[in-house]
Design a protein around this ligand. Sequence first.
Ligand code: SF4
Length: 441
Amino acid sequence: MSLSQPKVGFVSLGCPKALVDSERILTQLRVEGYDIVPTYDDADVVVVNTCGFIDSAVAESLDAIGEALAENGKVIVTGCLGKRADVIREAHPGVLSISGPQDYGTVMNAVHAALPPKHDPFLDLVPPQGIKLTPKHYAYLKISEGCNHRCSFCIIPSMRGDLVSRPVDEVLREAEKLVMGGVKELLVISQDTSAYGVDMKYAEREWRGKSYQTRMKALCEGLSELGVWQRLHYVYPYPHVDDIIPLMAEGKLLPYLDIPFQHASPRILKLMKRPGAVDKTLERIQRWREICPDITIRSTFIVGFPGETEDEFEQLLDFIDQAELDRVGAFAYSPVEGAKANDLPDAVPEDVKQERLARFMELQAEISTAKLERKVGTVQRVLVDSIDGELAIGRSMADAPEIDGLVQIQDGESAGLKPGQFVDVHIMGSDEHDLFGLVEA
Ligand code: SF4
């Protein structure tokens, strides 16, 4: 089965600044599941990023818009010439939308209107609330598509196919452009980040005169050259994940690992077709913390998987109690059409699933509250996301956008903080999810 993705054609004209804009829009399109196609024929809609600096550039941009209209018919115009909407409208009244440079939001709204994204909460890598353009200071960096695993509860491989990685130099160049465009935090996403490059036999590529393998560790090393925060998501618990922990300890990679363990009972993990050596997992977590004491570990779990007994569920509770994970998402199992797990016997009744989920979340809330309490009195580096009245709202290294907690900086406004700014914050209080503090003098 293959999923037909909405397809966008992209024409980019102009200077390096316009290229940064193009890269930003392309990244957002890819993150939202749009395919970028090279021909007008294959595209459902075409975005033209224009240049309007000199007359010849204006003429070139108007020609490009005309060609896209003639060949495809559905055209969204952005970029420098967009500031002169009257010139465009006069030449090409049929364009769907016109916006100026760096107006990513208008471009994405126009794409959504012309070609709604196929949002599927099960398949998508970003949470539903992420279907808006991310603020200028953080961006998702998609490194591969598809997955070579066959977890029994998941249909991604049948929808998206086996793993296809983007060559490391291409990813690093995209990251470089995003950073040039003002991005301060890169969120590396894929369906299986730790498998990155296996399909390309870890091919070596050159970037900035240096050779890098298409491999998770080398990618992180390359990204660390950019001097911004970089955060890894969806890291499948392979043994070689251990190799990147020293990079975190050296400050080259945010000490943050989003690693879905899914369960802690070896039998359930086997039914899920996931690696099942739970003792080793606890040992590994301990070793990671010895190497990098500040590491934040985020994971997700499924409760009420078919056949899960009360004992096995309690094994899971023991695991999260001992592992003391920092951030945890949990879901009651629900069958997904086409998943192998649907054929397993002994489905757990809905009320039992919900009761287990509630117990799980209650325990995790206690763990999270205690862990955050330990941060009171410390100073945390925070990236400011927004200003809300007197407060500045930001995130520490331990908080990924949209899914984790926040740091409320109570004197943020009077300290003149702006979104996208890093600031040291003295933590004065905490609750189950968030921290509260004042700008460190
Ligand atoms: S590793 Fe993730 S994407 Fe791949 S099959 Fe398992 S759950 Fe699905």
